[in-house]
Design a protein around this ligand. Structure first.
Ligand code: COA
Length: 168
């Protein structure tokens, strides 16, 4: 995608990313989640300070166009967990998440992590499945008392390396 920049999170992104999250949930998940579920998931665009606390302690990467941030994804290396895959619906399906993910998986490999997990929404599950992730189990998480189905998924990053070693 022309003019797309992927860069590390900065504190001034927090308020923008709060709005990206809200739009991605409210407008981007309607095919899989009811209005009641979407309202529970994101009742309103969150507070920048709150989002800064959530995103600054982990490896968050931001996708930015000249108009501003349009997506983000994060790697909690300590927990070996990919979190927050959210792209603004106005640029959906144009490779933003794919580009963010490629950067984070590369980062995880550089750190020597050999297994990653995520909790994928029904929207994101095919995206991760297409990148070699498998479903560990399906579950229902509760947000503000409302059940949201998702899937605990994982990827064995060492698999490709072991195959290459066996072939050598
Ligand atoms: C899921 C999400 C992050 C994907 O972002 P995106 O930038 O639109 O995805 P991309 O354009 O990079 O998609 C890359 C590939 O995944 C596929 N893909 C993405 N979403 C998909 C979906 N819902 N179903 C099937 N395939 C999907 C695309 O077709 C594309 O395939 P290709 O590489 O063969 O062309 C975005 O749709 C989103 O924010 N959704 C709403 C919020 C949400 O549920 N986030 C996940 C929380 S775990």
């Amino acid at each position: 995608m022309k003019d797309l920049l992927i860069r590390p999170y900065r504190p001034e992104d927090a308020a923008h990313l709060a709005r990206v999250f809200h739009r991605a949930v409210r407008r981007g998940t309607g095919a899989h989640y009811s209005l009641v579920q979407r309202l529970a998931w994101s009742p309103r665009a969150g507070d920048g300070a709150d989002w800064h606390a959530r995103l600054s302690g982990i490896e968050t990467v931001v996708a930015e166009l000249p108009s501003g941030p349009v997506g983000f994804m994060a790697l909690d290396a300590g927990q070996r967990f990919v979190d927050f895959a959210y792209v603004d619906p106005c640029v959906r399906g144009r490779g933003v998440a794919a580009t963010l993910y490629a950067v984070l998986e590369g980062r995880a490999r550089t750190m020597g992590l050999n297994r990653l997990q995520t909790e994928a929404s029904r929207v994101a599950e095919p995206f991760f499945a297409a990148r070699g992730w498998v479903v560990v189990h399906r579950q229902v998480v509760r947000r503000r008392g409302i059940g949201l189905p998702n899937a605990l998924m994982e990827k064995d990053l060492a698999k490709g390396i072991r195959r290459a070693e066996a072939a050598a």
